[in-house]
Design a binder for this molecule. Sequence first.
Ligand code: NAD
Ligand code: MG
Length: 388
Amino acid sequence: MQAKKGIAILGSTGSIGTQALEVIEAHPDLFDLQVITAKQNSTLLIEQALKFKPNAVVIVDDSEYQKVKDALWSEEIHVYGGADALNQVVEFKEIEVVLTAMVGYAGLEPTMSAIRAKKNIALANKETLVVAGDVITKEAQKYGVNIYPVDSEHSAIFQCLAGEFHNTIEKIYLTASGGPFRGYSMAKLRSVTKEQALKHPNWEMGQKITIDSATMMNKGLEVIEAKWLFNLKPEQIDVIVHPQSIVHSIVQFDDGSMKAQMGLPDMKLPIQYSLTYPNRVASSFPRFNFLDYPSLNFEGVDQSVFTNLQLAYDCLHVGGTSACILNAANEVAVDAFLKERISFIDIQNINQEALQSIDPIANPTLETYLEVDLITRKKVTEIIGSIS
Ligand code: NAD
Ligand code: MG
């Protein structure tokens, strides 16, 4: 019998994390859950730990540590507190794949630690690749580590490329649902509310990515993510709006042939594929029925309204720390929007202002990124202070 695959889930209490646990629960013969982690939600983390009995749990928020420790005292489960512990638990020798399902820039250092410990990465935490794609892909190569995409579009591209890795990609099309404000004019976008922005038409996700989907920043981050995962030039990456979210993305090869990956929008499938690659394993996920979708539609993105997408392409052309600046600005702006300190349209304007007012640095190291992230957060906090 084949040994079970040791898995760590960073961010097990989130949308991706909880769905990953469903996948693991459905295949006890394949997976051995070693580590789960959360930022604050100690109640759910405890519940997950009691159910799955991992080797270790990490609660990042120190003030929740004692509660987790007390709840798990009688179990053979190591309990750690604080962000630094994430860097240590990913090194456990029993772990083969680290699923990065935490949100935002905070994923960067643990992901680097996992790569340096020679763990394959199932990557949901796209912000990490956006910020430091060159350093991460170089380190992954150096340590012989594979990065398996979890993001549905990138998983689709990855699935289309199976058996084709020696063939030349002419271009890829990343599909976008268009979010809740598809077709809106700039004037209409000015008055949208937080509640409207948090209602995604096709996907149930964490708050940050839901707002990113509404502003189209998510697609911009995905364009940058695709560059690093598949080693593409900006001209090779196109975005097409597809409101039904059935075609998850498309590869066009240099003979003109196009391959698409399709299915109902359900993150469990790309999560499972990232953990079982190169194999597919049977699932009971709901199946697609053509008669429920008599037509699938495609349209362009209005970049004059949704300016975040163009900002992402600009960052690809400029290179260096520019995408790090964009990501940090966006994280701070989205947080301020969620706290109702700025308007929806302010998010993209702030992103643009940050890119205009902070000079990018060429050939950055990991330390440069950490510094630029901090500088950008400070600058954007000032901008927000001046408008709210
Ligand atoms: P979420 O907000 O639902 O969950 C985030 C998880 O990360 C939680 O477990 C939380 O405790 C943890 N976390 C948050 N901040 C942290 C920090 N500072 N340090 C350590 N842990 C922290 O988010 P999500 O929707 O599951 O998204 C997770 C990642 O996956 C994001 O990068 C997102 O862009 C990406 N992604 C999500 C989806 C989706 O369907 N939800 C799809 C594609 C990609
Ligand atoms: Mg996606």
